[in-house]
Design a protein around this ligand. Sequence first.
Ligand SMILES: Cc1cc2nc3c(=O)[nH]c(=O)nc-3n(C[C@H](O)[C@H](O)[C@H](O)COP(=O)(O)O)c2cc1C
Length: 196
Amino acid sequence: MVRSGSWDVSEVTGAELYDTLSSLVVPRPIALVSTVSREGIQNLAPFSFFMLGGTNPPSVCFSPVVGPQGEKDSLRNAEQTGEVCINGVHRSVVHGANQASAPVDSSTSEWDLGELSPVPCDLIKPWRVLQSPFSFECKLVDVLRHGTAPGAARYVVCEILRVHVASPTSLPSARLGGRDYLDLDALEIFELGRPE
Ligand SMILES: Cc1cc2nc3c(=O)[nH]c(=O)nc-3n(C[C@H](O)[C@H](O)[C@H](O)COP(=O)(O)O)c2cc1C
């Protein structure tokens, strides 16, 4: 639910802030982020707090916010290895991306869910997603930590080193508020619930 009117953020609960802000800043493209742990476990997770930051050098930023259990695996892996692969999400990838958001143990790879196929990257160890319209092989530039509570931002800035473009003409699916997504190719809004 979007809270209307004028208010200070201190008057509003964390859940209301999430619902309101994530329904206002839309549509958000989704970065399907692939990383690998120091132990070699391949990790995959979607992030819609995501933007292109510059093109010379080319860079992107995504934010794995602090969760109830603390910082997320994607952030830890990126900091430990310095390597990140950002995969684009269009309609045929969105279900697999959503499945990859399940809160699995860090010793388990989301790739084992089996919906998306891995392809080795050329420069970095994380795999890229075969079905994605594009993939960026990146190195970590910086992490900016803003706050400590659940929901606090972790801005992960990545420099793009190598680009793979499979379907330049197809448009992605983007996150709206709540369970809603926008298929920019079909100009259609659809719903997807988070996995158990
Ligand atoms: C479409 C979609 C977008 C998401 N965007 C974000 C996001 O921007 N930031 C975030 O912290 N979590 C986001 N999530 C939830 C994470 O994907 C989820 O917490 C995931 O388990 C993190 O995985 P990790 O611990 O392997 O990094 C999103 C989930 C979905 C389905």
